[in-house]
Design a protein around this ligand. Sequence first.
Ligand code: PHE
Ligand code: ZN
Length: 861
Amino acid sequence: MADAQNAAAAPRVTRREDYREPDWLVPEIALDFELDPAATRVRAALKVTRNGGHDRPLVLMGDGLEPLAVRVDGKDAAWTMEGPDLVIALPGAAHRIETEVVIAPERNTQLQGLYASGGILCTQCESEGFRRITFFPDRPDVLTKYRVRMAAEKARYPVLLANGDPVAQGDLADGRHWAEWHDPFPKPSYLFALVAGDLVANRGSFTTMSGREVQLGIWVREPDLAKTDHALHALKLSMAWDEKVYGREYDLDVFNIVAVDDFNFGAMENKGLNVFNSRYILADPDTATDWDYDAVAAVVAHEYFHNWSGNRVTCRDWFQLSLKEGFTVFRDQSFSADQGSAAVKRIEDVRGLRASQFQEDAGPLAHPVRPDSYIEISNFYTATIYNKGAEVIRMMATILGPEKFRAATDIYFDRFDGTAATCEDFVRCMEEAGGVDLAQFRLWYSQAGTPRVSATLAQDGGKARLTLKQTVPPTPGQPEKAPMVLPLKLKLFGRVTGRALCDEQLVLLNRPEQELVFGNLTEPPVLSINRGFSAPVVVETDRTPDQLAFLSAHDDDPFARYEAMQQLMLDTLTAAVRGAPFDHGPVIEAVRNTLADTRLDRAFVADAVLLPSDSFIGDQMDIVDPEAIFRAREALRRELATALAGQWRDAYEANRANRFEYSPAAKGARRIKNVALGYIAASGAADAPALAFRQFEGADNMTDRQAALGTLVNGRSDERAAALAAFYDRYRGNALVLDKWFQTQALSTRDDTAEAVEKLAAHPDFTLANPNRARSVIGAFGVNQRAFHHPSGRGYRFVADQLLALDRINPQTAAKLLPPLGRWRRFDAERAARMRAELERIVATPGLSKDTFEQASKSLD
Ligand code: PHE
Ligand code: ZN
């Protein structure tokens, strides 16, 4: 570890290779909650059984708990505390253990365990929150049947929910009432949940493929009820989709979702009782963008799909986290692709992967999809586990083909139902049903780093020789890498006729170097490679601007077409940043052609004509120069804006009339219109601010309103302040929309944003106590490359100050804000020194959480 002082107190490292089966199992638990925000009494009765022939005591994990009573088989018993854990020596093979603790949900600012959010009492137990509620073997391979009784003041908490099915309820003396729930499916403690609050439900029902009727409820506070139809609809679509595509049916009589405002992540798949960050439930046209609508549907689907990939089959230990998360992300991505344009969905997913996962894989926090060790598991809910994990599943699906992949998932679900499985178990099912050997493919689980492929195509008369080479860069703890299996879809197109010169091929590149020969060529070939982004790798080719422009107009794979355009833009921009000769001409022509192609989906066009982000351009450089990148990008943007001024106006006007409707066509129209608005503003046209302001005022939906606001916030017009003030006045009472007000400003491309965020953090509506609000300023600012890397270093200081303040309240969310500071190796010496100084200040802070300690110390190494 980086700091000698802290090294002595360095938190314990958990290692995958140390996995041991649990000493004791807990087939059943009965929980009894006397709910109260200040003092909730929790009584637990566990049936425990010895697992194997050992004489080790029962260790029940706790976190900040004090045992008020401990009984074994009905009698007071001897116990000791080992650190936070309760240890009880037991003579026999099976016992009944009773414990009692008191916890204070209203003082729980970490939002793990039982906590209060806007008057609602709710729980969050993944990964290790259950031990903050009661003493328990809090590990995912201990599966238990839960019976839950809770009592609370009826006026404040009229609704009492828990996992499973409701059993009974009743009134008590002095204004209290109670409810009992029973979950017949054994589950790990991280899936436990209860909620008590003044809630109302948007109710629906779903009849499963075997004809069982399931009662659905989306629970929110009364004023939010009108914003829950979209989520309920998405839930029904998800239930039908999992039956159709995976043959998986829901298994309880009720499925409830509760939305809360204070939540560390997006949502949580607790059995039969999902708890959501309200931003992924609430949607109406006035407050949610198209992006929000899509995200609501995707997260609802994701959590629902976990009922099989996560709950019915869970993870043996947290190193297997991607078993449920990677697979479930793959499933939700496939679901979303089926709801609209699969091509646009793929483009967005790849853009997200590159922005978050590729950066992670290239930095100090790089780790394999199945990590080998951790200090704090909360730090491993990463883009690598989720998004690269999903790519790994996708590659296996590609290698197997759809029928065999489905056969493999059938085997997986059937064989491991009711158990805690491993990534290895999953891969074996793929091998078995696919009739393939995935021995080398398994490196995707153990090797970190983004593989790089170089592809060169040499023509020789009627033949062409394709040379493919792969390397995997070193990552922390993994200096040497073995060659991996990279499934690359490729195809050749004729430069003269634009026709395909061969069928699409799936090449499994599994050696450092491989050659392919193509014959019978009647015209010069152009290479289309990694079509559909079949492998999550970086591909380097020697394709010329002319060839890339050609592919951007002629490739028959929409992703490859988008990719060709991106590569053309990137090549132009990186040349400009390096001071090499460059020509904007090919980019302008390619964008002109794409805009003019009326056969293309508008949403696709909008994605294709957007320049790569500042940070993605930075990722291509050895040393990132944020100012040079910003200037090069702005220059190309301005040229595109002026050279194609007429086309941007046309695109804007053609899609302007737009009464809100949530359909792929209407979304595409809004998308291209708002991209066009951005270009009109970039041209410096005198009427641009007025145009944006008119859109801002006249919009009947948040997509158009926020896009107009964003355009104005990047500029310096009088309309800017007017729009910000109007937006604030209109939405000051709506926390989720106010987050957008903060976020839009933190993302501003203006050169004074580093100063502006300091003011935002001092705004009366800013608070670190709400994770969404904290992320809307600090998280957004951290990915605003130019602003965060302000040469003065004030951006670094700001993030470090906020992070340290948040660490005292909510370490899990604080630690997630650290990665931008950890990227110091990628910047010039002066910036790197300033970034390191902030990391050192963080690591040296007394009382630092192990969450932030792990992230900061690994970033310094
Ligand atoms: N398991 C949740 C999901 O991805 C994420 C989560 C992790 C939520 C930890 C809360 C706490 O669906
Ligand atoms: Zn998940």
